[in-house]
Design a protein around this ligand. Sequence first.
Ligand code: GLN
Length: 404
Amino acid sequence: MKPLARITETFTESVIREMTRICDEAGGYNLSQGFPDFDSPPEIKEAAIRAIRENWNQYPVTFGEPELREAIAAKAFGYNGIACNPETDITVTCGATEAMIATLKAIVNPGDEIIVFEPFYENYGPDGILSGATPRYVTLHAPDWRIDFKELANAFNERTKAIIINTPNNPTGKVFSKDELEQIASLCTKWDVYAVTDEIYEHILYDDAKHVSMGALPGMEDRTITINSISKTYSVTGWRVGWAIAEKSITSRIRKVHDFLTVGAPTPLQHAAVTALQFDNSYYAELQQHYGKARTMMYGVLSECGFLPSLPDGAYYIIADISEVAPLVGSVNDVDFSKKLIEKTGVATVPGSSFYSKPDMGRNQVRFCYCKKQETLDAVATSFNDFFRMHANESVQSSGMTAL
Ligand code: GLN
């Protein structure tokens, strides 16, 4: 048989999705894949049912139903400060995932370079390969995920076509400040580079963190492609409704790629998304309150059990260093740790190495997501306390010190 496509040889299965499968088989608590286990808002469930009953069941306008594009434009203006024309500047896609690959396919030629901050959401690697780009990784430095602007400036060159920015960031929880975005913007202008921003966690912010959109910064309007979706903000990750906002000549290319990739995102769910985008401020305040509580709790549980977690400013993930707890689990690296953790505690996580271009950079880390109901987080806390405290006691006793 003739060999299959070379580019697909280099892909590994998504570790995030693999961990979900292992977790389901074990009947565990899924703190690996970032999707809520609580109910979606009833108003939008009803809106989706109504849309089906009203017969919104055939192909949508390929680049998005007009009502939804209007609602996206209004929200982008009100929340992000991005002025866009719904007729010409928006493409509705099957989730932010399709928006990202359609955008890269629309702007990248083979041999172009794209800059990706690492640790990064694992799709960006294969997205780069599928679009023919060569990724150049720039490290976000722990513990506060700082950008070394000298390192970043060195990554830009004549071949650089785009930089991917995910803020609030998965997996680190970093929220890029206005000052950081302005410095990135000046490099984009200097090297004539597009900024592709994934802002899917824009409403999940803690303390006084503020979301700033690159596309709203002066001079970046025409070179930024702003990607978003209803998945995380409205807890409907399975609906697959996302979008890309970009200047009209870029949008016309994205629309062509999107049309041939998927034709359109599900029509009735696009109509229901209009209801979601029109929620008032109290919805977002409640969302933040819910995740704020979950963040404090998970950070506390992990710290008490001996992990060294990093407190996120946004999104709903915690990266935790496992150096201190790995001996208690008896693991040799992050992948082994994650597999043993499910066996021993029933809790699924994502090994840190899957967020880095060089797996060794994430060997001492795992990612927990806490977009789960209180009961799930309580059960995780009980299981972790039982396991880690018992083993900490054993190891303290065997070393002859006073037990906890
Ligand atoms: N963004 C989510 C995560 O990082 C999941 C995305 C997906 O699996 N499609 O867990």
